[in-house]
Design a protein around this ligand. Sequence first.
Ligand code: NAD
Ligand code: UDP
Length: 319
Amino acid sequence: MKKVLITGAAGFLGSHLTDKFLKEGFYVIGMDNFITGDKKNISHLADNPNFEFIEHDVTEYIKIEGDLHYILHFASPASPIDYLKIPIQTLKVGSLGTHNLLGLAKAKNARLLIASTSEVYGDPLVHPQTEEYYGNVNTIGPRGVYDEAKRFQESITMAYHRFHGLETRIVRIFNTYGPRMRLNDGRVIPAFMGQALRGEDLTVFGDGMQTRSFCYVDDQVEGIYKLLFSDYSYPVNIGNPNEITIKDFAEEIIKLTNTEQKIIYKDLPVDDPMQRQPDISLAKKLLGWYPKVEREEGMLKTFNYFKSLSEEELHKSEH
Ligand code: NAD
Ligand code: UDP
């Protein structure tokens, strides 16, 4: 049985990846320190004999007994309010954490896939974003802690690949959503859905003309899985190119949730990218991958998940 280590396993993407690898017949070691994750996301695996969990901060030395074949490094705060609240941990998990995982991969002769992000393109001046684009990042702005940690993560990963011949993969993930997102993580989908469920107005930042392109989690997981088993070591965009302005998106959510609430406008956060859309030609060509879940279907599944949460969880998310 092949063994895979998934860091960030108690988080949104890490827990879905854990489910996928278990379903595909792997033995999974999940690792997390719960800084932005939740035990609830993996509680259904407590009795699974092919799953074990290690509570550990990946910025500290990592020890794994026996063989290890694959590593997926997904540990990192991922939402703007999280990484603004814990900026040093964000920088450390992308840099020191990645260095530890590269060392572990080298020692075990394992293949390592790292979770990079569309944020490496910053506030992009090229649209849609192709993998060749070098990006437009404000290194010293508040988002720099995340963007630069991820850019460093890509650089050190390529250095291990080139210098040590390590088998590495880099996925540049574009805004992904679905069940198990934290209602209070501040990202736009949980924010709008939480507001609709609590009967609050939907907060659009800026004039709402900034765009995003939202990918459903099942599509994202499938793309990552295919990339891991490809033979391509350079970064690959995985996301859904269906782009929408945040204002139109708020209106879609109002319709979907059937809420009476209206839109209110708040200040745009510093360095908030004005447009974002993945060019996925490479993923299509290389992996035969493209997203299959339409926004309407994915949003409905996500809303049903948030609706199933308790009143207590719903109100815990006010901030
Ligand atoms: P998440 O916050 O739900 O999950 C991250 C997990 O990592 C959490 O469970 C957290 O506790 C854990 N973690 C953080 N620091 C750690 C540390 N030092 N040691 C051990 N565990 C630690 O976020 P997510 O949306 O699931 O994102 C997962 C990964 O995917 C991140 O690397 C993120 O940068 C990347 N990503 C996500 C998106 C997206 O749209 N969801 C987009 C681009 C990139
Ligand atoms: N946003 C918003 N209202 C909110 C939360 C976010 O208008 O309550 C906007 C945010 O300014 C950004 C977009 O929605 O332009 C996506 O934000 P998110 O935090 O989900 O992810 P990002 O892509 O910025 O990392």
